[in-house]
Design a binder for this molecule. Structure first.
Ligand SMILES: C[S@@+](CC[C@H](N)C(=O)[O-])C[C@H]1O[C@@H](n2cnc3c(N)ncnc32)[C@H](O)[C@@H]1O
Length: 348
């Protein structure tokens, strides 16, 4: 039997069971619990008040004894509370994965899906090699995975739309789109930013450019908003080229997924395709000296795609090195606190 070392402060022997109460080794599973809870839409069926596991099993089409065990553990992850014997009440956290009201459901499902979690298993390899692990973990890169797994790709696209709608409002309020005629959104699925820009610029047409399955995921956004007649959907690889002739190129949350070499290629492709007098709007997370979720997403990019979070100076340098005029920072009304940056770079 292994000997246990003594706690240096109290002198008492180390107790693994007491330590377990301090360090929950199942913390990794919180995301998977939230994802399962979200996928079966348990929160929707608890929204009107507490229910038993049996009632919820019937409503969600699940196996009652298994659901009962799952729900008891969901309380440890903060999604429900136990009320009486075998009745469960939705918490505020649980509300965040409802499908019938605006929520973070698609985000929770996407970031805890196999295309991400399987790659995280290789974190230590990434720390040792400095190389992203999607190919090692999935047999393909991050984007090929979504092309090959359309349902997961749809949740991912929905999650991007969710995170982009606010930015689209802010751009419409903070940036002058009155002279723009042709807007190209590079890697723009599911189209939240381009749709917002087209609404704010009724004189303009738009091109949404992305990978094939991602383009299909964008169709709904424009149809729902009555913008299809001003829109072209184009699929392709932005590492090769991007659609030509735009006077405004939108590049939102693309550079964060790319290493410096690929980011430079993408920016040069935009510059080469741009109409004379054209501009590029770069929208992305900004890496600062204050801890924020950007530091966590930076590690996510490192693991999944080899991308990175960047500082203001790093974004500026990338744009200038790619041949753009020194970029101007766009001040965002109502979005000042977000760890997010918008830079406008003109074709010289
Ligand atoms: C992080 S998402 C950003 C989506 C959108 N711009 C937004 O901010 O909501 C990155 C997008 O780039 C697309 N993408 C990745 N690699 C691509 C490539 N080689 N060519 C075209 N699109 C690509 C993905 O399909 C995805 O839609």
């Amino acid at each position: 039997m292994e000997s246990t070392s003594a706690d240096t402060q109290t002198g008492r022997p180390f107790s693994p069971l007491q330590a377990l109460a301090q360090l929950n080794p199942y913390v990794w599973s919180t995301g998977l619990f939230m994802r399962g809870f979200a996928l079966i839409k348990a929160a929707d069926h608890l929204a009107d008040g507490p229910r038993t596991a049996a009632e919820l099993a019937e409503a969600t089409g699940t196996h009652a004894p298994s659901l009962a065990r799952f729900l008891r553990a969901c309380a440890l992850h903060g999604l429900v509370t136990w009320v009486g014997k075998d009745r469960y009440e939705l918490t505020e956290l649980g509300q965040l994965v409802r499908s019938d009201v605006p929520s973070l459901r698609s985000f929770v499902i996407a970031v805890n899906g196999p295309g991400m979690t399987r790659v995280w298993e290789h974190l230590v390899d990434v720390l040792k090699t400095g190389e992203p692990a999607s190919k090692q973990a999935l047999g393909m890169d991050h984007w090929e995975w979504y092309e090959a797994n359309p349902e997961e790709g749809r949740y991912y696209a929905e999650c991007n739309g969710l995170l982009t709608v606010e930015a689209a409002h802010v751009i419409a309020a903070s940036y002058d789109l009155s002279q723009v005629t042709r807007i190209v959104d590079v890697g723009g699925s599911p189209g939240a930013l381009l749709a917002g820009a087209l609404k704010a610029a009724p004189q303009a047409t738009g091109v949404l450019f992305d990978l094939p399955a991602a383009v299909r995921n964008a169709e709904k956004t424009f149809a729902e908003q009555g913008l299809t007649d001003r829109l072209e959907l184009v699929s392709g690889d932005f590492m090769t080229s991007v659609p030509e002739g735009g006077d405004l190129y939108l590049v939102k949350n693309i550079l964060c997924d790319l290493d410096d070499t690929s980011a430079a290629t993408l920016l040069r492709n935009c510059l080469a395709a741009m109409a004379p007098g054209g501009r590029l709007l770069l929208l992305d997370w900004i890496y600062t000296d204050t801890p924020s979720f950007v530091h966590a997403t930076d590690v996510e990019f490192m693991v999944l795609t080899g991308g990175r979070g960047r500082t203001l100076d790093e974004y500026r340098q990338l744009l200038v090195d790619a041949g753009f005029a020194p970029p101007e920072r766009v001040q965002l009304r109502g979005f000042e606190m977000a760890p997010f940056i918008v830079l406008e770079a003109a074709r010289p």
